[in-house]
Design a protein around this ligand. Structure first.
Ligand code: WQD
Length: 336
């Protein structure tokens, strides 16, 4: 199939593109490199031994989208492009709603005009807000989001549900838990611009001597060691879940939502000690206040994806951290 991938040069998009190519799909990428790099595409070409068809630009650009859909018979769209920083979204509210929500509406409208029905959306466990219970299933309450980034994901999910009811699209919504790690080649990985917001890229900066210590946001949570608990999932498992979703849409219509997580939770401290044991590198850390908007614990009930997508996360926390460290050693400053 020919797949249009928005944000295909980004962390998650690039790993999914590699898997799509490996499965024999044709890919067209649109990316404005606002939080990614063209170098990632060069590395994908090296790994896949295929040339990448990509368009530099904004996925919300109507003329650009018209050209793409007029010149290509697109079988499905995988939508990764969007701003993704919880903290940044609280100061750049309009940017987040324009770029994440309004541009997605433009993309969906173009798809409808060109009779492209299959849509796979990069959503997030953040739509669950503060979960009433864990593990979290897809039927858990959503919408109690605590920041514009999470709310933008929630709003788009609502739009997709309505579109599915109108029988205009066949959609898979994927709610990611905490994607970490890198392709085992060490040639593509997570490469945040500026100071990392997320735990693993920040920890890797400390391990590489780029930052002096890791600040743990709170150790007074009602968890086994007081630090936050998350469902860390290997980016390669996450990528496999997208390929399975594409297969699923070959024989299923309507709107479907799946958690992509391992179903296991690890605490911040457990992740740190796992990394230290694996690499024999001490991670200097200290405790600070809780981060606004953070929740105590969050891990997935992935049984729907296991059953209906025939997908299960297979990689361990050790695999995630080993692969992440290999990427960091190869490219200490990522693509920048
Ligand atoms: C994990 C744990 C922090 C950094 C967010 C979004 C989610 C997705 C992933 C985009 C928490 C603690 C972190 C640090 C720390 N985003 N932490 N020191 O917040 O679970 O999820 O990022 O795709 O949608 O909600 O991920 O890695 O930021 O935090 O102590 O320097 O690590 O408090 O307990 P989070 P995270």
């Amino acid at each position: 199939m020919k797949i249009l991938v928005t944000g295909g040069a980004g962390y998650i998009g690039s790993h999914v593109v590699l898997e799509l190519l490996a499965q024999g799909h044709e890919v067209i990428i649109i990316d404005n490199f606002s939080n990614s790099s063209e170098i990632a595409l060069k590395h994908i070409e090296k790994l896949s031994e295929k040339s990448i068809n990509y368009i530099y630009g904004d996925y919300g650009d109507e003329n650009l989208l018209s050209n793409i859909f007029n010149c290509n018979k697109i079988d499905a769209v995988m939508h990764f492009a969007g701003f993704k920083s919880v903290s940044e979204s609280q100061t750049k509210v309009l940017n987040y709603y324009l770029n994440n929500v309004a541009s997605t509406l433009t993309l969906l409208h173009k798809m409808k005009l060109h009779n492209v029905r299959r849509f796979i959306f990069s959503s997030s466990a953040t739509v669950y807000g503060i979960p009433k219970r864990v593990p979290i299933s897809e039927t858990a309450e959503v919408g109690g989001t605590t920041n514009p980034y999470g709310t933008s994901k929630y709003i788009i999910e609502q739009i997709l549900n309505d579109l599915g009811q109108a029988n205009d699209f066949d959609i898979v919504i994927l709610r990611y838990f905490n994607p970490v790690g890198a392709h085992p080649s060490g040639l593509i990985g997570e490469s945040p611009k500026g100071a990392p917001n997320n735990l693993v890229p920040y920890l890797l900066d400390v391990a590489a001597g780029i930052r002096d210590q890791l600040y743990i946001y709170g150790n007074d949570y009602p968890t086994r060691d007081g630090t936050g608990v998350r469902d860390f999932i290997h980016i390669m498992d996450l990528a496999a879940g997208h390929v399975r979703s594409l297969d699923f849409l070959q024989t299923n219509t309507g709107v479907h939502c799946f958690n992509l997580g391992t179903g296991k939770g690890y605490s911040v401290l457990e992740l740190i000690t796992t990394f230290e044991k694996l690499t024999n590198i001490k991670i200097a850390h200290s405790y600070t206040e809780r981060r606004p908007g953070d929740i105590a614990e969050c891990w997935a009930d992935p049984t729907n994806a296991n059953r209906l997508l025939k997908w299960t996360a297979e990689k361990t926390l050790q695999d995630m951290l080993n692969d992440a460290w290999r990427w960091k050693n190869n490219f200490p400053n990522g693509y920048f």
